[in-house]
Structure formats: structure tokens, C-alpha cells
Design a protein around this ligand. Structure first.
Ligand code: NDP
Length: 454
């Protein structure tokens, strides 16, 4: 390859990124996600000058559209509350826009865009026919009654229905949006449309359009992915010590599958702090507290007096472990926390949450030889099973738990293999960050070449 091509590729990526910075100066999370992906793509542009000629990078980083809307709803005191709703429809080259809805007070355009941008490549990696999108609201579901949640979801869908549909854009759950919220959103969509288009949303309750194993999919998928990483290093989960952050949907089912594979999970957390149970987390207690009673993780110690609760989330990464699975939220591991994990002997870090490690942390892991599974690949099991839910809805059928779980397992193996192969092909053997970014990007970029530009 000529030096001119290499310089040209680097210069192209730098130019697109500096334009992006000037247009989006107030969107740090979006720029962080874009920078991480851009840095990995230089070797692709070196080998594919046709992507530069067709200006694929600048096109792919600009969303097809962003919809922002008012959501006015009545609380239990009949007072009118107002929130802001979003839907970012980023790229539909591979299939209908697809990505979850997040209800959390921190939601803003930057976070929606970072999540939607990452989703394009994650969805492409699954090999399923789904494009990239994301949405949500700054609505805080904490402390709201069931009736308030229902009215909010109905108000949200009363505007969102204009932009979604089984062949257009298919939202799902994310933080603050589980099967209950998806049920309310779906009910309102059905009322407005007057048709049973169950493929418009995924994450529905099993038996009511939902796929079996969707609840478990992201956590189980993460552990299947890590099993592949370990297999390549001639190892397994058996007798490994594992730390998992969070105690929501992803964390709970990651713990369940890791325990099933013989690991000892010693810690998990919520936004108020973390628990350490040296004898291994009793998942039945965590599930009851979090899935049934909606309580704080601190209550765990009343049932397991030998366990310890520590207020504040950061300290969880000081617990020595073989495998760390951040499954809570973005930017929960910075450079210092990564260095502490490494000093304590961590061998594998894999991301259940989206962007839980910042760039400095990722570089620390890669430089010190820790096996690192990036979110885009490692947590793609959720959206993969969402695509399987769409397939079941289209054919008006249900598959068994075992069928869906087996397909999920195959998809996670294939994501690992594709990411690993792409890393090797472009000269970054063992670097799954570069590999997954490239494998996802190339699939979408080739689709853009096929479609042409008008
Ligand atoms: P949930 O809302 O079910 O759970 C989130 C968990 O993280 C809760 O236990 C929450 O605690 C905790 N948490 C939030 N902030 C912090 C913090 N700063 N430190 C420690 N814990 C914290 O969400 P999910 O499990 O669905 O999602 C978790 C992550 O995984 C998100 O990044 C999401 O985007 C990503 N993801 C989810 C998928 C899915 O299928 N659900 C698919 C792919 C990615 P508290 O209860 O106190 O709020």
C-alpha cells in the first residue's frame, strides 16, 4: 500500500471528525462514541479508497433524521407535566431502524445520538436485517405510580406513532423501559392505528407478541460472547471470580448465566452503591428485590448478613476479580478504575452496558493484554433476539425458549468470529474494538454503495 493512500485515509478521517466536532460541540457523549469508532476505521479506508470517493464516513455519521417532541401528561394529582421525547433514525440501509427507548432524566440529544450511532454497527454485526436508531425521554420513571407510567407511555406514543411501524422503525426497551412500558406503548399504538401490527415494537410480553428469551438475551448473550473470548484463550468461566455492575435486566441475566457456567459472582450494584458477597451472590434475593419489589440493592444484606453494602458505585472496581462485566450505564469505568482492575489481576472485561468504559480505560485494557469485549459486540444479544421477535411476529408464530436461546448462542459466536477475523484481516489481531467496528461498518458501507446516493 502506498504512503499516499495511508496518509489520505488518515487525513480523510481527521477531516470528517473535525467537521463533526464543530457541528456538535455541545454533544460530548456523541463525539466520544464517534471518535472511538472513527479511530478504528483508518485501516478500512486505507484498503477501500472507494469509501472515501463516496464519502461514506461523512454520510454515515449524519442521522437520517432526529425527531424531538413534547410529551404532556397528567400526574396522579391531575397536574400537567411536560417532558421531551426523541427518536433518532440513524441509518436504515440494512433494515428498518431498530433500537431501544430510554426513559431517564439524563436523556438528551447527545446521548440519544451516541446510542443510535453505536446501534447501527451493533445491529449490522448481528447479521439480522435491522438498521440503527434509538429514542427515549427525560421522563424519570422512579417514584411514579403505575397509572402515571401508563399515561406517560400513552402520551409518548400518541406522538411517536407517526414515525414508527413494523417496516419503518421498531423501538424496544432500554433503561427505564421494560415489558410493562412496552405493553402500554404497544396498546396505544394499536388503538391509534386500528391494526394488529405487532412487529412495531419488540420486548413485548411473551404470549402477547413477545419472544421467549428476550428478557434474558442481553445478559446471556454477553456471557456467551465472553465464553468465546475465553475459549480462544483456552479457558472457561468455571471457578472464575466475576464482578458485575448494575442489578437491572442486563446484570441479572449475566449473573445467572455466569453462575450457570460455574463462575462465582461476588458483587453487583445499583445507582446507590454496591454489595460484596464473598460466598457468591444469591441471585434469587437480587431478583426478588429488583424485579418484584423494586427495592434498593442495599436491602440484600438484611437477607445475607455476611455480605457488605458500600454506598457509592465507583468502589465496585476495586474488588479483585478474573472477569469484570460492567452492566449498568455509560462511563462507569475511567482510566484510574481500569488501572485498579488490572493491578488486581483482571483477565477479561466485557461490556454489558453501552459505553461503560471511557477511551482511556479501553486503551489501558488493550495495552495491558486484558481481553476486552466492546459493547457493540458483547451486548448485541438483546437486539439480536429483538430481530428474532420481529421474525416471529411477521410469520405469526412463536418459537420455544430453547430455539431462541440456541439461535442467540449461534449469533454471539458468529459476532465473535466476525469481529476477530476483521481485526486479523486489518492487522489488529486480538483487538475486538477495532474488529467489531470494522466488521459492522463494512457491512453498512457496502450497503450504502449498493443503494447509491441521490
Ligand atoms: P435497567 O434499567 O434494567 O438497569 C440499570 C441498572 O444499572 C440498575 O440496577 C441501575 O440502578 C444501575 N445503575 C444506573 N446507574 C448506575 C451507576 N452510575 N452505577 C451503578 N449502577 C447504576 O437497564 P438495563 O439493564 O436494561 O441496561 C443497562 C445498560 O445496558 C444500559 O447501558 C443499556 O443501554 C445497555 N443495554 C441494555 C440492553 C437490554 O436488552 N436491556 C441491550 C443492550 C444494551 P438503579 O436501579 O438504582 O437505577
Amino acid at each position: 500500500m502506498t504512503t499516499a493512500l495511508i496518509n489520505n485515509a488518515k487525513q480523510y478521517v481527521d477531516n470528517v471528525f473535525s467537521k463533526l466536532q464543530s457541528k456538535n460541540a455541545h454533544q460530548p457523549e456523541f463525539l466520544q462514541a464517534a471518535e472511538e469508532i472513527f479511530l478504528s476505521l483508518v485501516p478500512v479506508f486505507e484498503q477501500h479508497p472507494e469509501y472515501i470517493k463516496h464519502n461514506i464516513l461523512e454520510r454515515i455519521v449524519e442521522p437520517d433524521r432526529i425527531v424531538s417532541f413534547r410529551v404532556a401528561w397528567q400526574d396522579d394529582n391531575h397536574d400537567v407535566q411536560v417532558n421531551r421525547g426523541y427518536r433518532v433514525q440513524y441509518n436504515n440501509v440494512i433494515g428498518p431502524y431498530k433500537g431501544g427507548l430510554r426513559f431517564h432524566p439524563t436523556v438528551n440529544e447527545s446521548i440519544m445520538k451516541f446510542l443510535a450511532f453505536e446501534q447501527i454497527f451493533k445491529n449490522a454485526l448481528t447479521g439480522q436485517p435491522i438498521g440503527g436508531g434509538k429514542g427515549g425521554s427525560d421522563f424519570d420513571p422512579k417514584g411514579k405510580s403505575d397509572a402515571e407510567i401508563m399515561r406517560f407511555c400513552q402520551a409518548f406514543m400518541t406522538e411517536l406513532y407517526r414515525y414508527v411501524g413494523p417496516d419503518v422503525d421498531v423501538p424496544a426497551g432500554d433503561i427505564g423501559v421494560g415489558a410493562r412500558e412496552v405493553g402500554y406503548l404497544w396498546g396505544q399504538y394499536k388503538r391509534i392505528r386500528g391494526a394488529y401490527e405487532s412487529g412495531v415494537l419488540t420486548g413485548k410480553k411473551p404470549g402477547y407478541g413477545g419472544s421467549l428469551a428476550r428478557t434474558e438475551a442481553t445478559g446471556y448473550g454477553l456471557v456467551y460472547f465472553v465464553s468465546e473470548m475465553l475459549r480462544e484463550a483456552n479457558s472457561t468461566f468455571l471457578n472464575k471470580t466475576v464482578v458485575v455492575s448494575g442489578s437491572g435486566n442486563v446484570a441479572i441475566y449475566a449473573i445467572e448465566k455466569a453462575q450457570h457456567f460455574g463462575a462465582k459472582v461476588v458483587a453487583c450494584s445499583d445507582s446507590s452503591g454496591y454489595i460484596y458477597d464473598a460466598e457468591g451472590i444469591d441471585l434469587k434475593i437480587v431478583k426478588r428485590l429488583k424485579e418484584v419489589e423494586g427495592k434498593r440493592i442495599s436491602e440484600y444484606v438484611t437477607y445475607r448478613p455476611n455480605a457488605v453494602f458500600t454506598a457509592g458505585c465507583e468502589g465496585i472496581w476495586t474488588i479483585p476479580c478474573d472477569i469484570a462485566l460492567p452492566c449498568a450505564t455509560q462511563n462507569e469505568i475511567n482510566g484510574d478504575q481500569a488501572r485498579t482492575l488490572i493491578a488486581n489481576g483482571v483477565k477479561v472485561v466485557a461490556e454489558g452496558a453501552n459505553m461503560p468504559s471511557n477511551l482511556e480505560a479501553i486503551n489501558e485494557f488493550l495495552d495491558s493484554g486484558v481481553l476486552f469485549g466492546p459493547a457493540k459486540a458483547a451486548n448485541a444479544g438483546g437486539v439480536a433476539v429483538s430481530a428474532l421477535e420481529m421474525a416471529q411476529n411477521s410469520s405469526r408464530t412463536y418459537w420455544t425458549f430453547q430455539e431462541v436461546d440456541a439461535k442467540l448462542h449461534d449469533i454471539m459466536k458468529s459476532i465473535f468470529n466476525e469481529s476477530s477475523e476483521a481485526a486479523k484481516k486489518y492487522g489488529y489481531e486480538g483487538n475486538l474494538v477495532v474488529g467489531s467496528n470494522i466488521a459492522g461498518f463494512v457491512r453498512v458501507a457496502n450497503g450504502m454503495l449498493v443503494e447509491g446516493v441521490y
